[in-house]
Each structure stands twice: as structure tokens, then as C-alpha cells.
Design a protein around this ligand. Sequence first.
Ligand code: SAM
Length: 338
Amino acid sequence: MIRDALDRPLRNLRLSVTDRCNLRCQYCMPEEEYVWLPREDMLSFEEMAHLVDIFADLGVDKVRLTGGEPLLRRDLDRLVRLLSGNPRIRDLAMTTNGVLLGEHADALRAAGLHRVTVSLDTLREERFKVLTRRDTHARVLEGIEAVGRGWPGLKLDTVVMRGVNDDELADLIEYAGRVGAEVRFIEYMDVGGATHWTMERVVPRSEMLARLTERYGPIVPIVEESSAPADRFRLPDGRVFGIISSTTEPFCKACDRSRLTADGLWYLCLYAARGVDLRRALRAGGSRDELLELIRSTWQGRRDRGAEERLALPERRPLVQIGELKRDPHLEMHTRGG
Ligand code: SAM
């Protein structure tokens, strides 16, 4: 296992398989049209599996498929089969908006996908329509239920925004219990794509906990050794939920994550301005050892603490303006892979 300049291991790879998405969530893709990555630049499944295998040589044992919407990539189960056949990948997960999950769940499970996380920001159909600008709420719930039946480890991720869905915290905990899932509340982040972000819209972890304590009674933090972004908590009745507080209480110290875009750019931090072009190195005929050396030396020099640096700013605004996002779509969250 290799470590970066701040002694953090390289263990967790988020693999974006496409930058396309079938929703237009206000906090991620507020525009209707985007500049998409050129098709010829997209890594093939074989190229992705080859790179993942090199990452595994250096310590990566957790891979999460993401996007864009990963289920828009045709034959995704073929990639899952390639990755699940790699014995060094202990944890193979996917984050999806759930719209296409009902139709793909069985094939993905058969191909060896271990776990699924579904993004679900609201239980209310009308609210979903406004938030995502699509009318597919019922399909998301069907997808969740398809996975909830008999597939362990289902998580629901909810971006909490003041005045938008912050009145649904308890409803989401109740719903998660019914479908056999654990919900994780994510603080609204000022990442690329979140061009309407304001600090007023962020509901800090402390406030989420106060509100849930009022509803359920004393909440106990679960103490665990983990680099997972969520801190987990137990309600008096034993149910568990998580909070990802990247905005108000970031956890850069424990960050072992990096991100590979669908066209092979490798980002060491969600907030990083630039990535390392592994596609070019790969397609220029770089040998396995050369790629390994490039990844190793890059990681060993890593000092990124993007979320902590954002927190230290005297005044916080959206990370990138819309014009800049159009010029460089790699700055977008949906390209980089959330
Ligand atoms: N399409 C898939 C999905 O919806 O889960 C995967 C990609 S999406 C970019 C990954 C995650 O990033 C989602 O859970 C989404 O809610 C989260 N996300 C996007 N923009 C965000 C923001 N501004 N703040 C916090 N989370 C955000």
C-alpha cells in the first residue's frame, strides 16, 4: 500500500463510467444542456479494468461505479463482471439515481456487484419533479424496492437543502427502515456544478442532529475505525443513519479516495482544478510498469485538502462559475463522479 504526502493510503477509487445523466438535479446539473465528453475519449471496459488492476497493485481494494448516471452506460454488467473477477477488489459498489435500477438490478447482482447506494432526496413526487426536472420518482422507488428485497448493504443518499427537503429527515429514516436500507444525509456541497449553492442553503450536521434528537430522543454516535465519509449514529430504537458533513466538518485527514473520469482523467480531490491524464498514458502505449509508476509518484506527492481549504475561506461562494464549467466540463461533479 502506498501513502501520500500526508500519510493517507490509496484505497478507494470512484470510477465514473459516463458523464451523461437522465436527471437534472438543481444542485448538480441545473442546466438542461451540457458539453459532453467526446465518445472516442471514453475508456472501454477493458481499459477501465486494466487501470483498476494497476490501482489494485498499489492498494486500492474498494471501487465505486458512479457518473453521471452509471446505468446509462450500456452493458454495465459486463464491466461489473470484469471487476468482480478481480480478487483484490473486496468491495465493489455503485451509486445510482435509481431510475433504471429496477430493470438492471438482477443482472448487476448476478455479475457480482456487492452493494448499491441510491440517491434519493425526497419521498414526495411533486418535489422530485421540481428538484430533478424529470417525472421518474415512481421508477426510483421501484428500483429501491427491487434492491431492498434480499440485497444487503443498500444505502440511500440524501442531499439536504434548507427550504427544499430539510423537513423530510425523519420521513426518510422511516422509509429507509421499511425498505431495508440505511440513509445518509449529505450536507449540500459547493462543488463544480452546484452553481446555485449558498451557505444559507446548507443544513449543518449539528442542526440535523438537533432536529432528529428532538423527534427521536438521544442519539448516540457510533465509534468505528473507518475512512468512510459518513459518520454513523444510532437512534434510541436501534436504527442507524449516517451524516456526510463535507461542508461544515470535512474529513480530508482520512481521505483515501480518488476519482477516475469516464475519459481517464484521474482526480485526487473532488475540489482539484486538474487531473492526471491516464488515458493518454494508456493509449500512447504506456506499459503496466510505466502507468504504475505514474500513479504511484502522483499519489505520493498528494497534499490535497480541498474541503478543509474551502472551509477556511472567509466567504464562500460556488466553486466554479457556469462559463468556466462550459469551457472545462471536467470541473463538473457529474463528470468527476460524485
Ligand atoms: N447519478 C448517480 C446518482 O445520482 O447517485 C451518481 C452520480 S451523482 C453526481 C453522485 C452523488 O453526488 C449523488 O448522491 C448526488 O446527490 C451527489 N451530489 C451531487 N451534487 C452534490 C452537491 N452539490 N452536494 C452534495 N452532494 C452532491
